[in-house]
Design a protein around this ligand. Sequence first.
Ligand SMILES: [Zn+2]
Ligand SMILES: [Zn+2]
Length: 467
Amino acid sequence: MTSLTFYGGVNEIGGNKILLQDKDTKIFLDFGKSFSRRATYFEEYLNPRTSNGIVDFLTMGLVPDIQGVYRDDLMVMAGRKPETPEIDAVLLTHAHADHADYISFLHEDIPIHMGAACHLILKAIAERGQRSIEREILDYKPRPYNIKDAPIKRKVNEFRTGDKFKIGSLEVEPIHVDHSVPGAYGFIIWTSEGPIAYTGDIRLHGTHSEMTTDFIKRAKEVKPIALITEGTRIADKEKEESEKLVYDQSKKTVSESDNLVFADFNFKDVDRLMTFYNIAKETGRKFVVKINDAYFLKYLSQDKHLSVPNIDDEDIIIYLPKRGTGTYSDKDYKGNDKEFVDLHNCWTAEQISARPNKALCAIGFYSFTALIDMKVKPGARYIHSASEPYNEEQEISQERMDAWINHFGMHKFQSHCSGHARGQDLINAVSEIDAKMLFPVHTKHPDAYKKITENLTLIEEAKKYQI
Ligand SMILES: [Zn+2]
Ligand SMILES: [Zn+2]
């Protein structure tokens, strides 16, 4: 007996939590945070209370109310008895929050399987920010919170392409895919009824499209009894996009300027990071990164497959923000940040504004107060290298961003290529794999697959589907 139950990623983009049961073996494919569901009830000044453990999350349906998955401390806080974990493992496709973050609530005896590069990214994320109950993936502190408690580590099992491993009655074959973060994988899972394939998040127009092609080929070869596919952009209009186009457009934008240039992009996207790092080098500028993002360089440079520069690279400068006293005193920089500040390659805002044509600043909207300290001159350029706003909240942010840009007389440029496959690429991939059953997740338009298959399941949340 094999079944799939979907507790997230149903008619929404992200929040994937897919339960696969095979005989006595139960695993979750991803256990992500649903941003849309969270935003239904919560906003900037109204958040689920950390002091209430998991209760706010359970009550408002941000995590499913199921047995034998959650941490003992959280169950006790919710007035329940600790439960023996009934889940054998979580297979994590990649490090994005909408797939990974709610692992935070899971019992520490449930092992998490993830790609080696995904593990590095999660380490960087854990070290760069403050602990929060929604972001305790690699370890957690039991609640009620006590600063003196040592963190409890989860069991992490790393894999790479080519590995295969067993979990109970299942055999798992992870295969690399291309997405806007390194260490992204799809899975072929051999169940007692036959193989099931899960894409995770994929694209075919990126720098490493051959990785996604490897997954599609292998999935086709095994003749899956079921395919769980992402469908983020299945119904979107086609447009020309590629990382090469971002590089070409942005290099032009940077090389035509004698003024400061800013690039706003997601630092976990290593392709984009390398695009701007290379543009900086080729245009005689230093690549200026925030302390926050230096953690990604520190960890990702450890993976030789990625060729990411380390923080001491001669073309990298770390931007030293004003903190504490506002005087750049040593005492203002504490904790983990200190290791970067002690390096020789830090520049203050004053040092950057003294050589505007020598810096390409990877500094985006959320660090715009830096523009004040840098005394940005009219004509400076701002490259927005992220998706355009797709909801009301983001539109309000965009208006604010534009106000800053106008205030400083800057020029704005848009250049981006998505982490998700185009509609036609998804259609081609799904047709080629030709699975017996199709389960679209991570999309608001699952019915768009109707045109290519009759074996489509329009998923209902929490319903058990026999395979
Ligand atoms: Zn996703
Ligand atoms: Zn993703």
